[in-house]
Write a protein that binds this ligand. Sequence first.
Ligand code: NAD
Length: 451
Amino acid sequence: MSDYLQTGPLRNIVKTLKIPVPVILDRAEIDVPIKEDEFWGRKIKIDGTPESASLKASFKKKLDERGVDFVEGEGIVEGLVYIALAPSKIADLKPLYTFINANLKSVKPNGRVIIVAKNWQEGDHPEQKAALRSLIGFTKALAKECGGFGTTVQLVYAEAPLFSSHTGFLEKVLPVVHFFLSKRSSFITGQVIEVKDSGVDENVHYYQSLQGKIAIVTGGARGIGGDTVKCLAREGAKVVIVDVPAMEKDGKQLAEQVGGDFLAKDITTPTAPKEIRDYIIANYGNLDILVNNAGVIRDKMIVNMKPEQWDLVLNVNLEAAIRLTEAFLEIGMNQNGRIIGLSSINGIAGAAGQTNYSASKAGLIGYIQAIAEREWMRGITANAIAPGFIETQMTENLPFFIKEGGRRLSALKQGGLPIDIAETITFLSSPMASGISGQVLRVCGGNFVGA
Ligand SMILES: NC(=O)c1ccc[n+]([C@@H]2O[C@H](COP(=O)([O-])OP(=O)(O)OC[C@H]3O[C@@H](n4cnc5c(N)ncnc54)[C@H](O)[C@@H]3O)[C@@H](O)[C@H]2O)c1
C-alpha cells in the first residue's frame, strides 16, 4: 500500500538516473490537532484588486495575530494569497497575472497559492461573470504548472454578501483559506470551493472543535475510514465505527485506541439503519456527524458483470448510505449536523470496468446535493468527497498499469494517502466549513480524470 517512487531504494535509483521523481508531500502528522496558530512563522505574500483593500487588511490582521509573517517585496515565501473581489473588466485580471508572475518563483516547494473571489455566477454583468469565471481556468492551469513542486492552487468562491461584511468574511472564508494553506490539504489542488453565506450559523473555532460531537464512520475499521476515525477523535469527537462483523477485531482495537466505540453491522441488511440509529440514540442521545465511507469494488466490463456484482456495489456504496442517512434525518440530527459521502473521481468521469462503481459514486453525489439543498435551512451541511487514487487495500491489487495511471496522470504525479481524505472529512465536519454545503470536493492530487 505504498508508492515505490515515494520511499525505498527504487526512488534513489530513479533519481540517480536523473528521471524526475514525485515530490514528497509535506503532511501534518495524524496526531497533531488543528490549531488557530498552526502557521506561526510561516511566510505569506498577499495582494488583491483595489476594491478588496479593506478586506485584505482585516484578513492580514487576523492571520498576523496568528503569527503569519507577511512578506513585502523580495523574499522566499510558503504561500501566495490573492483577493479578487470584483474584477469588472477582463483587463482587471492583469494584476493577478503580475502578482503570480512576479512571485511564483519565490514560493518554496510544497507551497500554497489561494485565490479568493466573488462567485462568478453572482457577477453584476456579463463581462464581470467572464472575468470571475476565467479564474477557474487560471487555477486549474496553474495547479498543473506547480504540481511538480508539490505546490497546490485553489480558488475559493465566496457568496457576494460575505464580501460586504468583515465578520462574515472572517468567519466563513478565512477558516476555508486556513485549511487550504495548511499541511492538511497537501493532496488537494486545482479545486474550486464555494462558500455560502446564509443558512448555517456556527461559532467558528479551531482547536478541539469536535468536543462533545458524536460521529459515525461506516467502514471505519481500516483504510480511509480508519484514518478518519483517528482524525475526528483527535479533534474531540466520540466516534462510533460501523463495519462488517469480519472487521470486528480491527474495529474494536481502533475504537479502543481512540476512545471510541465499535458496532459490528453490515450496512446493507434491511434492519441496519434502524438498529444503528437505535444504538446511537440509546447510548449517545443523537448524532452530529455521519461519514458514509463504506464502499466496495467489483470491477468487470458490463458484458461480463454478474448481477450480484452489480447489486453488491450499488447496495453498499449507494442504497445503504441513503437508507442510513435518511434514518437519521428522519429524526433530525443535532444542530449543525454534518453528512459526508465518499464518492470518487470515477463517479465524475466514469471508468471502464466500473459501470457499477461509477454509477454508485455518481448517484451518491446526486443524493448528497439533493439533501444539502433540503437540509441547509435546518443547519445541516452535506458534502461529497471525490478521492483520486489513494494507496489503500482497495487499490492495492489493481493491475500495475492502472495503478500507475491513477498515480502519475495527475498534477502532483502521485497517489494520495488515507490521511489526505481523512483530514478533508474532518475539515468538512468542523465549524471551519460552516459555509460549505452541496459541494463535491476532489481530493485527487489534481488527477486529470474527469477534471
Ligand atoms: N482507495 C481509493 O483509491 C478510493 C478512491 C475513490 C474513492 N474511494 C472510496 O473511499 C471509501 C473508502 O475506501 P478504502 O480505500 O478505504 O476502502 P477499504 O476497502 O480499505 O475499506 C472499506 C471499508 O468498508 C467496509 N465495508 C465494506 N462493505 C461494508 C458493509 N456492507 N457494511 C459495513 N462496512 C462495510 C470494509 O469492511 C472496510 O473496512 C470507499 O467508499 C471507496 O469507494 C476510495
